[in-house]
Design a protein around this ligand. Sequence first.
Ligand SMILES: [Zn+2]
Length: 460
Amino acid sequence: MNQTICSPQNQSLQNHSHQEHDRQYWDATIETLPRDELEKLQFTRLKQHLIFAYENSPYYHDAFIQAGVNPADLQTLADLRHYPFVDKKVERTRQLVKPLLGDMLAVPERDVVYVSASSGSTGVPTLSPFTAADFDNYQNIQARLFWAAGMRPDDRYVHALNFTLFVGGPDVIGAQKLGALCFWAGTVPSDRLLLIMKDFQPTVTWTTPSYAWHLGETAKANGIDPVHDLAIRRIIVAGEAGGSIPATREAIEKLWNAKLYDFYGISDIYGACAGMCEERKGLHLAEDDILLEVLDPKTHEPVADGAPGEMVLTTLTKQARPMIRFRTGDIVTADRSPCPCGRTHARITVIGRIDDMFIISGVNVFPSDVEFVVRNISGLSGEYRISLFEENHLTRFELEIERDEISTENDQLLLDRLLHDLKLRLGVKPKKITLLPVDELPRSTHKAKRVVDLRSAGDK
Ligand SMILES: [Zn+2]
């Protein structure tokens, strides 16, 4: 910006910087590796990783013996299906067996340099340890995902995620590795974050979809125009389904005049494991480092690309605590076809958490399906609340929605349109819909709580 000196040396630096900017990939070799070569690399890494876990982690050693598998016998990637699963419960139990870091650990504690912690719903925090090499590799992958989402060294990035033990906190280092100018804001109050955005004019930020909406609305309420007074042009979102729901994405994009990129992270592995490229049709998973399985949650058999199933992830290099067949509890679809961006790594689309799914008359319903419909109907604010209750021992749901500020359509006509679209998308309809005036439903700041479960525990 103040680049008035133009010595030959500076000129060459500028040329270098332009070349950097035009580069399409962070790591072209890895990101565009033909799938057969990618799978060969995965197999080599998987076998080494399983042997490493078997030899160094007391938990995996015993678990593999119990399952009757020996990593030395692994012949194909598909052989991984004989290995036992790990889930949050196993992780918590094994941590308590041998405090602090548990017996899944595969290195001495002195080699661990960083842990993140996630509290989860049961209150016992689970720790996710990294060695120095794990951490470097992690940040290299974050830089790769940021690059794919269009971040470049001349961007200014404001990192507004929680720094307190949250795995997404250190991701700002990935942005620095990429060369962006980074502001370590953390989760400051909205007015403070807006001041940072106004004073420092960052061009990229990362938050949840609900908060991106809330922040834009708060800006407007405080006389700040997000489009003209702020410089945000790319918003990375994670933690909720909204970033992959077109109507939600478009509403936030319009509010900010920015492009939205959905990322997927999980505390047990990395702050981000997958992210959208410029095509924004699914999130590329870092498949050279994380192996993807999409399985029927009941039979545990692989489902075809495009069909929904539970995402099960296996780390391929993470040494502090290898994650072998980790059941994420997330329902996704996978697409392994070539992406127009040239990247060969599989793309995932997250549909929702298994835990958030509810069953109405034998039909699986995700809150994200309801959101898809509510956000696509004109005349509504887009806010909604689902209440689950029991009727004759069966789950039923009610829906509360809000009018927008400008619609004058007759209530019944609006509800008829909504009901028609809900039935079409969900296959079932709510027992009751309540249409509220605008601003009646609570606005959330970070992760939105949009489902109220009034059922007794036995009926879930
Ligand atoms: Zn792509």
